[in-house]
Design a protein. Structure first.
Length: 117
């Protein structure tokens, strides 16, 4: 299902393109970057260091992604690429829900997600 009014765009001389897969990897990498930053409390540590509160940063020890479970809603290209890239982090089998993807399609790609729901 496309949520863009193609007729309205065409009548306004706005070009509409479907670029499936164009940003899957870059968004997946950004997602993983945020996962690491947040599990290691980087935003608060950054603030503490910038304000000279060096000793306070040790109160915010991080956690590894290893042995943690990723949950995703929707198994589109970005979710699949994120799951693929996280394969080397030693995480548990990811959980996913997508009412439009059957179990066989969810299992494609080796370490793909387990469908729940």
């Amino acid at each position: 299902m496309i949520a863009v009014d193609v007729k309205a765009c065409s009548s306004a001389d706005v070009l509409v393109t479907i670029t499936t897969g164009a940003v899957d990897r870059s968004v997946a990498e950004a997602t993983i970057g945020w996962m690491i930053a947040l599990t290691h409390h980087m935003p608060i540590k950054d603030k503490l260091v910038r304000t000279g509160q060096w000793d306070e940063r040790s109160r915010f020890m991080g956690r590894e992604l290893r042995d943690r479970t990723l949950g995703v809603i929707g198994l589109g290209g970005i979710a699949r690429k994120t799951i693929e890239l996280l394969g080397g982090f030693g995480m548990k089998q990811p959980l996913a829900f997508d009412p439009f993807v059957n179990d066989e399609a969810a299992a494609e790609g080796g370490r793909a997600a387990c469908r729940v729901g």
